[in-house]
Design a protein around this ligand. Structure first.
Ligand SMILES: Nc1ncnc2c1ncn2[C@@H]1O[C@H](COP(=O)(O)OP(=O)(O)OP(=O)(O)O)[C@@H](O)[C@H]1O
Ligand SMILES: [Mg+2]
Length: 302
C-alpha cells in the first residue's frame, strides 16, 4: 500500500492467509485423491480438516509440505508459491505426519537434535531447543532411550515435539491425537491452544469432532477430494443440523450436528473422548528392554 493511500485512509488489505489452495487436483493412478480443492487458512488460527477415510486430507497436507506435487491448481503457503518455493515454505513449517517417520534407532534426544540442525536452529540455541521439546513432550526422563523403546503414544508425542523444534509459523498436524491416552490428548490440546496464542497457524486433520469443535476457529469438511462445507464449528452445526443421509458430505456434518455435545470450548476443560482410540500397532519391538542410546559426537556444523 502506498503512503498516499494510507494518508487517504484507504482500507487495509485483508491479512494474507497462511495457506491458500485454489482448484488443486491430485490423482494417483485411477484415484482422484484431491479434486478441485479450495482451502484458505487464515493466519494465526487453528483450522480443522474433517472428513471420512480417503477424503484427501493427508494428500492435501502432503501437497502443502512438497511431499506430493499437485497436478493442477494454485498453492500458496506463508506467501511462498508451491511447488517452486517449497523449500522456503518448509523452513517455516512444522509437520507431524499421520504415519510415523521417526528414525526409531536414534535416541529421543538425537531425534530432536537432528531436526534442530536440519531446521537451522542456531548452534548455541540447539541444546535449549531440544530440552524445551523434551519437556514439552514429557519425555525428559526418556531422553537417552532409543525411540523404538517408546510406547506408541510416546512416539506420537515425540513426533509432535520434533515438529515444533524450530518454533514454526505454520504447524501441520495430521491426526495428531490418534493413539494418545485421554490425559495426553488433553495436554496436546493445551499445547495446540498455546501455539495459536503465540501466533502460530495450526492446520490439523482429525476424525474427532469434539476435537475440532474445541480447538478449531474454522473447520473444512472434505469429501472425495474437495471441501463440501466450511465455516466456524458453530456455523456448520447450525447450517447442517439434521441433514443426514446423502453421500456429499452432508451426512457427515449432519451426524456431527446430531452428536452429544462436548463441554463448551471456553472452559478449556475437555471431556475425554467417549471411545478411547485404539493405539497404533507397534511392530518395532515395543515393550522390549530399553537400551541406552549410545552418545554420538556432536557435529561441527554451526
Ligand atoms: N501414494 C498414494 N498412492 C496411491 N493412492 C493414494 C496415495 N496416497 C493416497 N492415495 C489415495 O488417495 C485417496 C485419499 O487418501 P488420503 O490419505 O489423502 O485420505 P485421508 O482423508 O487422509 O484419509 P484417512 O482419514 O484415512 O487418513 C485414497 O483413496 C488413497 O487410497
Ligand atoms: Mg489421512
Amino acid at each position: 500500500m502506498s503512503d498516499r493511500s494510507l494518508a487517504a485512509g484507504a482500507p487495509e488489505a485483508p491479512p494474507r492467509p497462511a495457506v491458500a489452495m485454489r482448484g488443486v487436483m491430485k490423482r494417483f493412478g485411477a484415484v482422484q485423491a484431491v479434486n478441485g480443492l479450495d482451502l484458505s487458512v487464515p493466519s494465526g488460527t487453528c483450522y480443522g480438516l474433517l472428513g471420512p477415510n480417503g477424503a484427501g486430507k493427508s494428500t492435501a497436507m502432503r501437497i502443502l509440505t512438497g511431499q506430493a506435487i499437485a497436478d493442477a491448481g494454485r498453492i500458496d503457503v506463508l506467501g511462498y508459491h508451491l511447488p517452486a518455493q517449497s523449500k522456503l515454505a518448509r523452513a517455516h513449517m512444522g509437520v507431524c505426519p499421520q504415519d510415523s517417520n521417526l528414525d526409531v534407532d536414534l535416541c529421543v534426544r538425537d531425534v530432536l537434535a537432528v531436526f534442530a540442525r536440519m531446521y537451522r536452529v542456531p548452534s548455541d540455541a540447539r541444546s535449549a531447543a531440544v530440552d524445551r521439546a523434551l519437556a514439552l513432550s514429557g519425555l525428559t526422563a526418556r531422553a537417552n532411550d532409543r525411540a523404538v523403546a517408546l510406547s506408541g503414544g510416546m512416539q506420537r508425542r515425540l513426533l509432535i515435539a520434533r515438529a515444533l523444534i524450530h518454533e514454526p509459523e505454520l504447524v501441520l498436524l495430521d491426526e495428531p491425537t490418534v493413539g494418545l491416552d485421554p490425559q495426553v490428548r488433553q495436554e496436546l490440546w493445551s499445547l495446540i491452544v498455546s501455539l495459536r496464542e503465540r501466533g502460530a497457524t495450526v492446520l490439523m486433520s482429525t476424525h474427532y469432532i469434539e476435537e475440532a469443535e474445541r480447538l478449531a476457529d474454522r473447520v473444512a469438511i472434505m469429501s472425495a477430494g474437495r471441501v463440501v462445507a466450511e465455516g466456524t464449528p458453530g456455523e456448520l452445526i447450525r447450517a447442517h443440523a439434521g441433514r443426514c443421509g446423502d453421500t456429499s458430505g452432508r451426512a457427515l456434518t449432519g451426524a456431527w450436528a446430531a452428536r452429544p455435545r462436548p463441554p463448551a470450548r471456553a472452559t478449556r476443560q475437555a471431556a475425554p473422548p467417549s471411545r478411547a482410540p485404539r493405539p497404533p500397532r507397534d511392530r518395532r519391538g515395543r515393550g522390549s528392554a530399553r537400551p541406552a542410546c549410545p552418545r554420538r559426537p556432536r557435529g561441527p556444523r554451526t
